[in-house]
Design a protein around this ligand. Sequence first.
Ligand code: NAP
Ligand code: ZN
Ligand code: ZN
Length: 349
Amino acid sequence: MIHSHGYAAQQSTTPLASFRFTRRDPKEHDVAIEIEFCGVCHSDIHSTRNEWGNAVYPMVPGHEIIGRVTAVGSGVSRFKVGQRVGVGVIIDSCRKCASCKNNEEQYCEVGTTLTYGMPDKYGDLTQGGYSNNIVVEEHFVHSVSTKIDPAGVAPLLCAGITTYSPLRHWKVGPGKKVGIVGLGGLGHMGLKFAHSFGAHVVQFTTSESKIEDAKRLGADEVVISKNAAAMKKEANSFDFILDTVSAVHDLNNYLPLLKRDAVYCQVGLPDQPPVIQMGNLLFKRRALAGSIIGGMAETQEMLDYCADHNIVSDIEIIPIQKINEAFERMLKSDVKYRFVIDMASLKEQ
Ligand code: NAP
Ligand code: ZN
Ligand code: ZN
């Protein structure tokens, strides 16, 4: 067994605190990784506080993992000791169903194994990246270029792929007007990608203080979503809108902004369902869609795209000891634009 040290929630109402546990020794197809950095996703808050109602404790969150390979099983061919690698939101799937065969493991019909908070095929509870090490099957490990800053790459493993995948799927590019709703961890990556793909990008935000940043990150226009007149001006004009908001908000303010036949894609996952005025869909044959992370091949494609185009997340590095404070700041939309934990800080414990 491998000894691990991380920060865990012991129940939904307690802050994260130091926690020691064990992981399996690497098996034939496993890669053992020493974690250098882990991004802080809003899903880590939803999960540790049991906002989705399926939490299992103790829970070490974290699914934006960057580290170095420390050992590989005898059947591993893609990775060597010392190599820099990344791990995202899922660490297993059936690999046999139609989705898995189509390189869309995130939609596995049997069900995926999340990086933390659920039993794996060995019966162990998975524990995530707010820790010093992890053991993951090769298929779910990504190679990461050493050309770009590893701390800035960590958020690509969730915030990056979650926005890259739907923007690619719905063919966002030149000549398209695209909206990104919410300028947080996911939102700022969605903005960077949509801009990089050549679309005309409009950032929707509730935070006036983020207007200049949105422009710097690639927005052609910024709309304060609380301003009804500014929203009305945008009616019937969008080809695609990507909604990254973590809290309940009124989608009926945004759906009328889509053109006929255009798609509103939800990636944010608030804990309560939305109320939709059906007329906002019917009268212009608009579609409301959803998307979750991306497949392993597409995640690697996204990482390579980012290395080639010098795209990383805008981050604020924190020691693990500040994680509870970071959660509170995220709940106030006060993060620019992703917290990343420097795992070296665990050694100070
Ligand atoms: P985040 O960094 O906290 O950003 C969320 C942003 O939403 C905030 O910065 C804020 O942007 C906006 N916002 C917050 N409260 C709002 C409200 N009441 N009304 C309107 N806007 C509000 O969160 P994140 O890590 O990007 O995650 C966003 C959501 O995506 C979470 O629900 C998370 O669980 C989910 N998620 C889904 C997937 C997937 O695969 N589909 C993957 C990862 C995360 P402004 O200040 O600009 O308004
Ligand atoms: Zn995430
Ligand atoms: Zn499958």
